[in-house]
Ligand binder design. Structure first.
Ligand SMILES: CC(C)(COP(=O)(O)OP(=O)(O)OC[C@H]1O[C@@H](n2cnc3c(N)ncnc32)[C@H](O)[C@@H]1OP(=O)(O)O)[C@@H](O)C(=O)NCCC(=O)NCCS
Length: 173
């Protein structure tokens, strides 16, 4: 029987994570971004997660710190992504397991919200909602409806605001 295990990455996983990202995305931008994120102060090693299937890494997700700037001031929240599952293992719930694990691990670390710039239809099923419902936008060149968000603490996004992704993310666009 196939068993999926989600755990935090270790340096031994870096090349396997590259392979996952290079196979899931069309170019190298996501793999390179993850490498750059690891060197950045926004990176949280405990929130860079791999999915192992029978001991082989088949999926990866990373959550990193971003700023939310609103009229009420500045706070630090999390941005989910890039996220990837090798094409040969997609549609089997591995992505779902990665997201559930990422959300579950973010809560005890006391972050109060998560945003995702990506396919909204995918993330809504995990409890993410259109960020526009809170008046939250971001500094990436994406359509408004491509930004979804989840409060980990009630009211965390009620002041709206702009999510400031670090410049590193702009390489994706
Ligand atoms: C998106 C991705 C991580 C999902 O991983 P997964 O393990 O296949 O996800 P799950 O099995 O948990 O869920 C599969 C469901 O996700 C949905 N889904 C997959 N890709 C999607 C996409 N690009 N847009 C919207 N929904 C998508 C489908 O509804 C699918 O349901 P189905 O299996 O009934 O067709 C994976 O397909 C992937 O790596 N894609 C390429 C990279 C990418 O686009 N990453 C996300 C960037 S925001």
């Amino acid at each position: 029987m196939q068993q999926i295990r989600v755990r935090a990455e270790t340096p031994d996983d870096f090349s396997a994570i590259d392979v996952v990202n290079l196979s899931a995305f069309e170019g190298e931008a996501e793999a390179q971004l993850i490498g750059e994120l690891r060197k950045s102060p926004t990176f949280i090693p405990d929130l860079s997660l791999v999915a192992e299937l029978n001991g082989r890494i088949v999926g990866h997700v990373v959550l990193s710190r971003v700023k939310l700037v609103s009229d009420q001031g500045e706070s630090e929240i999390l941005a989910l992504g890039p996220m990837s599952v090798v094409p040969s293992q997609s549609h089997r719930g591995i992505g779902s397991e990665l997201i559930d694990a990422a959300v579950a691990r973010a809560k005890p670390l006391c972050y109060n919200a998560i945003v995702v710039a990506g396919h909204p239809d995918y993330y809504l099923r995990f409890g993410f909602r259109p960020a526009s419902e809170w008046g939250v936008t971001c500094n990436l060149p994406i359509p408004d409806d491509a930004l979804t968000a989840m409060e980990l603490v009630d009211g965390a996004l009620s002041g709206g605001g702009v999510v400031e992704y670090p410049d590193l993310f702009k390489a994706l666009f």
